[in-house]
Design a protein around this ligand. Structure first.
Ligand code: UDP
Length: 464
């Protein structure tokens, strides 16, 4: 063996919302337990995006990485759902992962093999090398509970879940409409559903443990349900909230956003953003813009080109805004293209609320900053997060979607004003303060992480 550090193999999946918490988990592990080292094996389907590159290329020295050969899907002619694309990226990368792990296996003491939720097929490789397997679950304990429950739902429900008249009772969670379950289970005939069911079956039976990016004070019921002991069910380790609070120097638009916020009154700005890849239709961009304008509130909006942009349409997101919008709002609004330093914006004293797509990382970052939300879910499991925030935790307003599928400008104006000035907002803010205190406690001590590292050290000692 080359050195005495215990080594962790980590397989993320390409999306930033999955990569960021997994890297933060490893950083936290290194911070608290210096005797671990890590190699990331990075499956991909083409060149890394700018955001991925700036993130991966600035990893601390204790975190090594290997970018695997890219995977292609030429036979799908572009017609492939995101979940299927990710699952295939992983299964087609298995030979590369096997070679890469094999090349390190002689020189490293592997204590654990940690795979993102979409990468659990790589456990086959871990087992070949007799490395204990752990699932990294970057989302809520509620979503994990849905995954654990899905094989049973699949057996007992014959129609589409969205057509069920009653809400679903997921163990430990607030009842939820089938139409609010995550996107890939909305069409049971699609390949994406089969992939999700395949993953769900593995989650219950294959890993030794599940590492969840949440904390027990935030989701007590869902954790209790997932921790119920059953034969073969993995141990659950709550290690959240893992949030990215690193340097902003690499991030595009960083200084523009933070300098602008510095000039705004304390607690006066609504941050508006739809995650690392969320986009709105052109018509929805127009309604949102006009609603923000008529609300007369301060806002900072990260904008992208519309989801229905014609191939020949301009690549400048600003060109899809209503005419003269930027001139009219310039005294109280800032619009930036593509990307902003979100965690720093949420932590800034001038920011007082967040209109969010409810991605889980954004949700945790908001809880840590103690900001109330407007829940505007778009895809993936975001509707479930919106239900959790709006109906269960009661820390968010949720705008009504009109018959035309859009949130109209009047509704936007009402929810923005409601959250910034309304009476209802007082209760929301005080409930969010309680959650923020719980998050601060979870950040100070992490019993889940301590239990996990004890287990890993014991595993290695037992095999020595
Ligand atoms: N993010 C950011 N700037 C942006 C958009 C996103 O820093 O302009 C970060 C955000 O802080 C979060 C992650 O990207 O950590 C997005 O993850 P989330 O789970 O919220 O949503 P997803 O992108 O997976 O839909």
């Amino acid at each position: 063996m080359e050195n005495s550090a215990l080594h962790i193999a980590v397989v993320p999946t390409p999306g930033m919302g999955h990569l960021i918490p997994l890297v933060e988990f490893v950083k936290k592990l290194h911070h608290h337990h210096h005797h671990f080292s890590t190699t990331f094996f990075l499956p991909n389907n083409g060149p890394l995006s700018d955001a991925q590159r700036s993130f991966v290329f600035t990893l601390p020295p204790a975190i090594d990485y290997i970018i695997l050969l890219p995977i292609t899907f030429d036979e799908y002619h572009g017609n492939i759902k995101p979940e299927t694309r990710i699952a295939l990226t992983i299964t087609r990368s298995l030979p590369f992962i096997r070679d890469a792990v094999g090349s390190l296996h002689e020189s490293k003491k592997f204590a654990a093999f940690v795979a993102d939720m979409f990468a659990v097929d790589t456990f086959d490789v871990a087992r070949e090398f007799q490395i204990p397997t752990y699932l990294f679950f970057p989302s809520s304990a509620m979503t994990l509970s849905v995954f654990f429950h899905l094989p049973q739902l699949d057996k007992t429900v014959s129609c589409e879940y969205r057509d069920l008249p009653e809400k679903l009772q997921i163990p430990g969670c607030i009842p939820i409409h089938g139409s609010d379950l995550f996107d890939p289970v909305q069409d049971r005939k699609n390949d994406a559903y089969k992939w999700i069911l395949h993953l769900a079956n593995k989650f219950r039976t294959e890993p030794e443990g599940v590492i969840v990016n949440s904390f027990k004070e935030l989701e007590p019921g869902a954790f209790e349900a997932s921790e119920q002991k059953e034969k073969g069910k993995p141990d659950i380790y709550a290690i959240g909230p893992l949030i990215q609070m690193g340097s902003t120097s690499e991030v595009q638009n960083s200084s523009e956003c933070l300098n602008w916020l510095d000039e705004q009154p304390i607690s006066s700005v609504m941050f508006v953003s739809f995650g690392s890849g969320g986009t709105l239709s052109h018509a929805q961009i127009t309604e949102l813009a006009l609603g923000l304008e008529t609300s007369e509130q301060r806002f900072l909006w990260v904008i992208r080109c519309p989801s229905d942009k014609p191939p020949s349409g301009p690549d400048d997101p600003f060109s899809y805004l209503p005419e003269k919008f930027l001139d009219r709002i310039k005294n109280r609004g800032l619009v930036v293209p593509m990307w902003a330093p979100q965690p720093q914006i949420l932590a800034h004293v001038s920011t007082c609320a967040f209109l969010s797509h409810c991605g889980w990382n954004s949700t945790l970052e908001t809880v840590v900053s103690g900001l109330p939300l407007i829940a505007w879910p778009l895809y993936a499991e975001q509707k479930m997060n919106a239900v959790l925030l709006h109906e269960d935790m009661k820390v968010a307003l949720r705008p009504r979607v009109g018959k035309n599928g859009l949130v109209g400008k009047v509704e936007v104006c009402n929810v923005v004003k409601g959250l910034m000035e309304g009476e209802e907002a007082k209760g929301i803010r005080s409930r969010m303060r309680v959650l923020r205190e719980g998050a601060a406690r979870a950040l100070r001590s992490s019993p889940g992480l301590d239990d996990l590292t004890k287990k890993w050290k014991a595993n290695v000692a037992a095999r020595a």
